[in-house]
Design a protein around this ligand. Sequence first.
Ligand code: ADP
Ligand code: MG
Ligand code: ZN
Length: 481
Amino acid sequence: MPTWEAVIGLEVHAQLRTRSKIFCACPTDYGAEPNSQVCPVCLGHPGALPVLNERALALAVRAALALGCTVHEESVFERKNYFYPDLPKGYQISQYERPLATGGAVAIEAGGGTREIGLVRLHLEEDAGRSVHDGGPDSDVASYVDLNRAGVPLVEIVSRPDVRSPEEAYLFLERLRSVLRYVGACDGNMEEGSLRCDANVSVRSAGETALGTRTEVKNLNSFRNVERALAHEVARQVAVLDADGAVEQETRLWDAAAFETRPMRGKEEAEDYRYFPDPDLPPVVVSPDLLEEAARDLPELPHARKYRFVERYGLGATEAHVLTLERALAEHFERVAELCGDPRVAANFELNDVLKLQHEAGLPPDVLPVTPERLAALIRLVAEGTVSGTAARRDVLPEVARSGREPAEIVAERGLERIADPEEIATMARRVVSAWPDQVAAYRGGKTGVLGFLVGKVLKESRGKADPAVVNAALREILGS
Ligand code: ADP
Ligand code: MG
Ligand code: ZN
């Protein structure tokens, strides 16, 4: 049997972070009462005229530059015609022949190297409304339409079919989301629908250059679901081809509960949409000023920052990857590293403790639970030997996060100063030795691994405050080795 290769292209819809919709002044707040954020423009009332939101354009340009796209000086809004209850005008305003931007790439790190996943285009469009089929008292007989989302500004970003595995699709989305968040174009919140993804998949025999027939998989509401659905869909297509069947070009829906994709409809062709330029909107012009301003405001981007962290701070690629996914965390880390002078320890605290506390407190990804100054102060207390690393992590940092008080204050108040006095530690070690005679006998009988157990007991006796090296020495001395 031939070996099969998966070919995947992703279409991502990202909601731009504006306060109002793309062609009217209605707010874009998530979770408002259904149909409370609507007006004649986004409801498609006859005679109402759309006017482009400048902020949406500025954010889209910024996203395009961050992704290395070519931004076109002039682009054109077109009407994409189709009928659906949540589309009040009977068409969606989108871009087609002349999109805002083309080209560009997203860099991912896969299989030990960097791979660029090319982009076909990035264009502006409005979102449709939302059909609500479930959850109502009469959902068995009725569906509802909420038009709050109709007219919310989106960019659609289309990749080339350069993705070769479900894992790569995950990495692509993770990095794309990270870039969009870095530049403030999109908040990337998949649960609230501000980042959505459809995946196009085909399979071909390895070495083949022509593309196979593809399916498009929809309803992928988390990165993990994208990965799962793709793995599933690739396996399904391979099974069809192995049985000498043919893959049908169609749109399939991922059913997360049933853990499978199933057919939704035959795939539309572009001509079904009868695109034509929207006569209500003039061409979009990106002035040199706008372009320059967007370029000037671009921060260092995740990929570059990751490799700078590896180089400059001697971090591992994985550590640097996680530290740079979120701009706020990356900046927090750099500040802590600078203040405490030990980047490796700073990275360790960020990745193991700060992220955990952030998660436990239910904070958003860009809000850190402690200030860089306090974390750096705590790291210095550990380095000076005032408090043990264990007590710092277990007792001090969570309290700093809760109360916002200074680490030194908490250490003093709770008597958490590290114990390094050999006499004091020897006393505790003697207590442990008499409490665990069997282990002591085993140790003396040659089972030297038992020492770790006894060290643990002394540390526990000291409530994590004793210096492990001093404990070790004290025990060896008492046990006579
Ligand atoms: P449409 O607008 O009809 O969805 P496009 O040609 O714009 O079609 O492609 C949409 C996406 O599908 C792109 O991400 C593209 O890379 C991907 N794609 C196109 N052909 C294939 C294929 N044979 N296999 C996998 N992906 C494909
Ligand atoms: Mg498509
Ligand atoms: Zn409106």
